[in-house]
Design a protein around this ligand. Sequence first.
Ligand SMILES: NC(=O)c1ccc[n+]([C@@H]2O[C@H](COP(=O)([O-])OP(=O)(O)OC[C@H]3O[C@@H](n4cnc5c(N)ncnc54)[C@H](O)[C@@H]3O)[C@@H](O)[C@H]2O)c1
Length: 457
Amino acid sequence: MKITVIGSGYVGLVTGACLAELGNSVFCLDVDARKIDILNNGGVPIYEPGLKEIIERNRAAGRLTFSTDVAASVAHGDIQFIAVGTPPDEDGSADLQYVVAAARNIGRHMTAFKVVVDKSTVPVGTGEKVRAAIAEELAARGADVGVTVVSNPEFLKEGAAVDDFMRPDRIVIGADTDAAGQQARDKMRELYAPLNRNHERILYMDVRSAEFTKYAANAMLATRISFMNELANLADKLDVDIENVRKGIGSDPRIGFSFLYAGTGYGGSCFPKDVQALVRSAGEFGQHLEILHAVESVNNQQKQILLGKITARLGEDLSGKTFAMWGLAFKPNTDDMRAAPSRVMVKELLKRGAKVVAFDPVSMEEARHAFELDLAELPAEQRRLSYSDAPMSAVDGADALIIMTEWKAFKSPDFGALKAALSQPLIFDGRNLYEPATMRKEGVEYHAIGRAGKHAG
Ligand SMILES: NC(=O)c1ccc[n+]([C@@H]2O[C@H](COP(=O)([O-])OP(=O)(O)OC[C@H]3O[C@@H](n4cnc5c(N)ncnc54)[C@H](O)[C@@H]3O)[C@@H](O)[C@H]2O)c1
């Protein structure tokens, strides 16, 4: 099938590459010429395990094209995926300008029937806005061409995106029930057939329900995280180990183990903005979403919890102190720094006069861009952030180690070497990577999230 993917970011690039891998002819469009240049020169602008190999293979086979040429992109695909960003507006609602711009481009150039598929995460009613934008452009040039709009939200996780795309739990397709909508359902079914062999994964529904399903999924996951974070903070006071509690409740099949880890609060490009957008959408209809307000507020507070443990131990004034930081990306296996909790932590430490030496296995380049912007708000003498190219050299001579991302590489360090490198054996772990009992045996003073109990571990 001939497919166009509009937007070559985390979602668009994975979608385009994976659909090419399934044998389709895919045209990936982006307005960012720098990204397209990188892709056309054999590079990949983001880090996602397995993606580079798929892109290389399918470009070489002639099934995958990258371009900034809008007219050519509209001409190419019978199915046009919109996978552009939907960042938060100033008031937290989803900013739809990129989605609408993509829709207008389709309307401006299309000369034959198109199935337009919204893969971006968009508020309920966006399908109608996309249809209206295309209709306006068609009317402006007096063109009478058919179009139907489908919602096909994406549930992939960064860090496991290729795998998630190739092995989806479910494929949600929101489409109309008229003839054009039925044609779209058939085309989508054909497109996803290779991923739908083992058992039926496609869930058909109306466009609005599909749009809502994506927000509901992310809101539920964010709720689980905030719930566990709140309980972890109580566990610290009650001499309870939250890890025991996690296992104790996760083993209940009605609850399950996923998304029950206490930590430094959720980050990334999706949960914070999607929870906010849903809250704002509800507000427009006069409804106050009590639970999600609390989820957001607990998450904002959680980003300060580990910092509170640091200042309780070392004092509010951290001048003269050096902290090694392991992990900067908002989660492992990605280079994504959007809303990463490390960004809050670094800024707070620097503001208190500390020095930070940071290491991350893959996000160093993204981190440099992110911190360049963040640190611009601080006076020059406070911008004492440097980077190290290995975890142990970051720790060398530091007063404490802070762990912000649960990369596998951090899970079993040589504690002897770590103790020798640190000026004192002190770890603040925002990801609960180690057992408190092991740390006691190793002679390391260990502060984690919800594990302060005397009996912890
Ligand atoms: N990142 C995730 O894990 C994830 C998962 C599921 C859903 N989503 C949703 O998918 C959407 C995209 O997210 P992302 O993380 O891939 O964003 P991203 O910022 O990585 O990529 C978006 C891309 O769209 C491009 N773009 C913007 N306007 C364009 C236009 N008019 N024409 C062509 N290209 C255009 C941008 O230059 C950028 O490269 C968002 O709505 C997001 O909420 C993201």
